[in-house]
Design a protein around this ligand. Structure first.
Ligand SMILES: NC(=O)C1=CN([C@@H]2O[C@H](COP(=O)(O)OP(=O)(O)OC[C@H]3O[C@@H](n4cnc5c(N)ncnc54)[C@H](OP(=O)(O)O)[C@@H]3O)[C@@H](O)[C@H]2O)C=CC1
Ligand SMILES: C[C@H](O)[C@@H]1OC(=O)[C@H](O)[C@@H]1O
Length: 259
């Protein structure tokens, strides 16, 4: 039990990577809150899955691109559990589209959700952790952001998306500096290609799917659960107490596979 009685919030926790993290963190003893944007049924089923396994969870709807969603999410954790220990910034969108005719609304929305939303959420979480102050172990909390391999490399149909993932990585580096003195560690995970709703349509193209698989030394695309261990490691003060401002690729080796 690496997160026993820790209060952990995850944005976009109703499905995909966020859900995988929420369920695994609950198994490690954390009390969970998940944020989601619109799919109430998925959010409720995530809460039920955690409760059925003996854990505690609540779900709160909120568009992360709105600053008030961040303060409401953190307030809900304090109301439900009295505090906040671990914040996982995960919610994101990736509407694949070419560069030359990219609609301005798609660019603006992707930046608003993925980058501005991360900023508002991490700021609200950090303020709550600073208010609580450092515990006996010298830590006030841990923030883990889900960036991407796309923070490091480009994508023809992701020109609006990859800068947001580089931005999220940069946010963790700068907040690690700003929050170190408060006992808050900030780190990023960089998933490769993980099978979720975000890329279901893109990977329905079998040629593309086989190409992506062939690039991965471990021989398979990722599953949401593949992110759980790395996030729990970074969240744990016990295991990762001297890790801040770091980034961890979780990509089956795809990034290093040139030839
Ligand atoms: N899958 C992959 O290959 C990779 C994903 N990532 C990153 O992982 C993160 C999660 O992606 P993934 O699990 O694949 O995606 P999914 O589409 O499976 O899940 C996205 C989650 O984010 C929520 N969400 C979307 N928009 C908003 C919003 N405006 N406000 C609040 N919640 C929102 C969704 O809620 P709802 O369904 O209610 O809209 C859902 O819970 C993203 O940041 C993505 O960039 C990084 C690298 C690779
Ligand atoms: C949505 C993509 O399939 C996914 O998102 C990322 O961040 C990576 O670029 C993956 O390819």
């Amino acid at each position: 039990m690496l997160l026993k009685d820790k209060v952990l919030l995850v944005t976009g926790g109703s499905k995909g990577i966020g859900r995988g993290i929420a369920v695994a963190a609950a198994r490690h003893g954390a009390k969970i809150g998940i944020n989601f944007a619109g799919d109430e049924a998925s959010a409720q089923s995530a809460v039920e899955e955690i409760k059925a396994a003996g854990g505690q969870a609540f779900a709160l709807r909120g568009d992360v691109s709105k600053p008030e969603s961040a303060t409401a999410f953190v307030a809900a954790a304090v109301e439900a559990y009295g505090r906040l220990d671990v914040f996982v910034n995960n919610a994101g969108i990736c509407p694949f589209h070419g560069f030359l005719d990219m609609p301005v609304e798609t660019v603006d929305r992707t930046i608003a959700v993925n980058l501005n939303g991360a900023y508002y959420m991490c700021q609200a979480a950090a303020n709550q952790m600073v208010k609580q102050g450092k515990g006996a172990n010298g830590f006030a909390g841990s923030i883990v952001a889900v960036s991407s391999i796309s923070a490091l490399v480009g994508g023809e149909y992701q020109t609006h998306y990859t800068p947001t993932k580089a931005g999220v990585l940069s946010l963790m580096q700068s907040t690690a500096i700003a929050l170190g003195k408060h006992g808050i560690r900030c780190n990023a995970v960089l998933p490769g290609t993980i099978l979720t709703d975000i890329n279901k349509d893109d990977l329905a193209d079998l040629k593309k799917r086989e190409y992506m698989e062939a690039r991965i030394p471990l021989g398979r695309l990722g599953q949401p659960e593949d992110l759980a261990g790395p996030v729990i490691f970074l969240a744990s003060d016990e295991l990762a107490g001297y890790v801040t401002g770091a980034s961890l690729l979780v990509d089956g080796g795809m990034f290093v596979n040139l030839q």
